[in-house]
Design a protein around this ligand. Structure first.
Ligand SMILES: C[S@@+](CC[C@H](N)C(=O)[O-])C[C@H]1O[C@@H](n2cnc3c(N)ncnc32)[C@H](O)[C@@H]1O
Length: 306
């Protein structure tokens, strides 16, 4: 059997282990309780760069460790939801013991019905089909909101960052290993954009049209009416980066755009690389027409990481 086939079977066995071992434990609702190991909690919060200005919501909060750690270590505020009354009591008691009840609390609520509008960070340790169900709601959050998922990813919404930790004491999922997936809710950058930018005594007239799938951008561009090739185009929340190459050989010019998408405006810095010369200037691009924004995906399947 192929390597991929063996990995698939190993993944299914681990999946079975997750379900059956966890079944003997606590938790109420769509998934049983399995705590995220503390080293993984710490890494999840560091990857999401959680700070005192954040509002964190843990979906299915168990003993509350993620939200309590965010409050204790980084001064964040927030809450957790769970359906297990015993775990909720444990989480609220733990918040009291750790002296963070002014910042966090835990409530009995179905995670699928929870209002996430205050969140700047959402965390989860849920099953793949739950992530899939949550995905449209997460993608509708304010651009730049971070989503950090333990062990199970968001399917076709590719992670902006990920990490794999060795956790010898972990016996569920992939035993001994934890996966972390970090996402930034992307802004909507789809459509036709135009900018005219004076750089180093010359004018750069940009016409670009983006199609967007999750955070990935593709499309066509013109610089001063010359067709250019868009490269490296992607969004990280509201931050957009792309570059456009025109010309070839010694007349090749690279136009590098780094900006922030806010509604129908992108503001940022344009750097023009021509040979060894680099000129730069601020730019403002305006959206002339909306474009194709695709945030849908085929149902996610549980597939072990390659
Ligand atoms: C795998 S545990 C994760 C606990 C915690 N987030 C952590 O990482 O340590 C999942 C938790 O989700 C809770 N849960 C399952 N379905 C839920 C639902 N529909 N609404 C709220 N909580 C739910 C379970 O009771 C359990 O405590």
């Amino acid at each position: 059997m192929s390597n991929a086939g063996l990995k698939w079977i190993a993944g299914l066995m681990a999946w079975g282990a997750f379900c059956s071992m966890a079944r003997a434990q606590e938790g109420v609702g769509d998934v049983v309780y399995v705590p995220t190991p503390q080293i993984v909690v710490d890494t999840m919060l560091k990857m999401a760069k959680v700070s005192a200005s954040d509002y964190i919501i843990d979906l299915g909060s168990g003993d509350g460790r993620i939200v309590i750690t965010a409050a204790k270590q980084f001064g964040a505020r927030g809450f957790g939801v769970d359906l297990d009354k015993v775990l909720l009591k444990r989480a609220n008691e733990s918040a009291q013991r750790e002296g963070v009840t002014d910042k966090v609390h835990f409530v009995e609520q179905n995670l699928f019905e929870t209002d996430l509008s205050k969140a700047t960070v959402v965390t989860s340790y849920l099953l793949p089909e739950m992530n899939e169900r949550l995905r449209p709601k997460l993608l509708a959050l304010k651009p730049g909101t971070r989503v950090v998922a333990h062990d199970y990813h968001m399917g076709e919404w590719r992670a902006d960052d990920n990490d794999t930790l060795s956790v010898p004491e972990k016996t569920v999922g992939n035993p001994g290993v934890s996966y972390i997936f970090l996402y930034y809710v992307p802004a909507n950058a789809a459509g036709k954009w135009q900018a005219s930018v004076p750089v180093g005594g010359q004018k750069v007239a940009l016409d670009v049209e983006f199609s967007q799938r999750f955070q990935m951008l593709s499309g066509s561009a013109k610089i001063n009416e010359r067709t250019g090739q868009i490269q490296g185009a992607r969004l990280r929340g509201e931050s957009v980066t792309f570059w456009i190459n025109t010309g070839t050989g010694p007349s090749a010019v690279r136009h590098e755009f780094n900006g922030k998408v806010e509604g129908d405006t992108i503001t940022g810095i344009l750097r023009v690389h021509a040979g060894k010369k680099v000129e730069q200037a601020p730019f403002t691009a305006r959206r002339l027409a909306p474009g194709k924004l695709d945030l849908s995906a085929a149902p996610a399947r549980f597939a072990p990481l390659a």
